[in-house]
Design a binder for this molecule. Structure first.
Ligand SMILES: Nc1nc2c(ncn2[C@@H]2O[C@H](COP(=O)(O)OP(=O)(O)OP(=O)(O)O)[C@@H](O)[C@H]2O)c(=O)[nH]1
Length: 321
């Protein structure tokens, strides 16, 4: 299937005479990538819209991407939209796929062109975006556990300070076992990507999120909430809660309402803290991995050169005889 090159819908520069110019941006003014991930219906798209509006009101430039090929309408102005590059319905038809297979294949096709997306994100603009906001498909595992999801995440993380905003539907997580499955999902994403992760407890206009913070801080409080439940699943949640204590310690959290805008200043403060964490912890690790890869490549080249030398010497020897 033909995949067109990713294109910008509109440039995010202010149009005040200084048109966006080609050229990589300096590392010091690199925008922070916010990957918005969360279970279906947690409020990712609404939060994207809220973040874009909040930043626009504050006069903070942002660059916005939609990576959900199946979304019907995008209520924020996306600079790059996967739907312009891959037609999800055609993909389903052409490969005889169901909805999830269609999303996965669309994402795979898009990932083959992701270097071009990174180039567009890296373009020097006036004003320079401070954030790159990225909306992901509602089917969480399609993004977090697919090869294309990993390619996209790594492409961002090796180019920009990158963090994950894990959106939780606070109202739906008020049941301890739902809360636990959400935390396990977040935990697996944290350990898979190793990127700074911010738990964004969304919909606090419906249910406040303090109960969740108490559950994370104190195992006994969570245990109490589970007390009335004697099923096997509750026992499992209890044991898991102990295991997750260390995970909770490495997490930042914030309560927000994408609907009303409450908590957005605190949200961006935590995003900044995550960007700092990226620079201090993730970046040195990334540089170490890159160095190791370069050394391996050098060794491979040296071994090939040596093989070539031996082959050439062998041929010369043979011709002499
Ligand atoms: N009350 C309230 N409702 C919200 C909030 N954020 C989102 N919603 C509602 O929750 C529903 C799902 O929101 P979406 O933004 O579509 O969620 P999503 O995670 O992008 O959904 P998928 O793309 O299907 O995964 C919609 O009806 C929203 O209006 C919030 O902060 N408060």
């Amino acid at each position: 299937m033909d995949v067109s090159s990713p294109e910008e819908r509109h440039d995010s520069s202010d149009g005040s005479g200084t048109k966006a110019t080609e050229g990589a941006i300096q590392s010091s003014d690199k925008p922070t990538v916010i990957l918005v991930i969360g279970m279906a219906g947690s409020g990712k798209t609404t939060l994207m819209q809220r973040m874009a509006a909040h930043l626009s009101d504050a006069g903070t430039p942002a660059y916005v991407l939609n990576l959900d090929p199946a979304v019907m309408t995008v209520p924020y102005g996306a600079n790059i939209d996967i739907r312009d590059t891959v037609n999800y319905k055609n993909v389903m038809k052409q490969y005889s796929l169901g909805p999830n297979g269609g999303i996965l294949t669309s994402l795979n096709l898009f990932a083959t062109r992701f270097d071009q997306v990174i180039q567009l994100c890296e373009k020097k603009r006036t004003p320079q975006p401070k954030y790159i906001l990225v909306d992901t498909p509602g089917q969480i595992e399609i993004f977090t556990w697919s090869a294309s999801g990993a390619i996209i995440t790594e492409a961002f993380a090796s180019t920009f300070p990158t963090m994950i905003a894990y959106v939780v539907d606070t109202a739906r997580s008020a049941a301890p076992q739902t809360f636990m499955s959400n935390m396990l999902q977040a935990c697996s994403i944290l350990y898979k990507t190793k990127l700074p992760l911010l738990l964004a407890f969304n919909k606090i206009d419906v249910v406040r999120h303090e109960f969740a913070v108490d559950w994370m801080k104190d195992y006994e409080v969570f245990n109490e909430a589970l007390q009335r439940d004697t099923t096997y699943a509750a026992t499992l949640s209890r044991s898991l809660s102990l295991v997750l204590e260390e995970f909770y310690e490495n997490l930042k959290n914030v309560g927000v309402s994408a609907a009303t805008g409450e908590g957005m200043d605190a949200f961006f403060e935590q995003v900044q803290a995550c960007a700092e964490e990226y620079r201090q912890l993730y970046l040195p690790e990334l540089q170490k991995r890159q160095k190791e890869r370069e050394q391996l490549e050098l060794k491979r080249q040296q071994a090939n050169m040596e093989k070539l030398r031996l082959d050439t010497e062998g041929t010369a020897e043979h011709q002499k005889q």
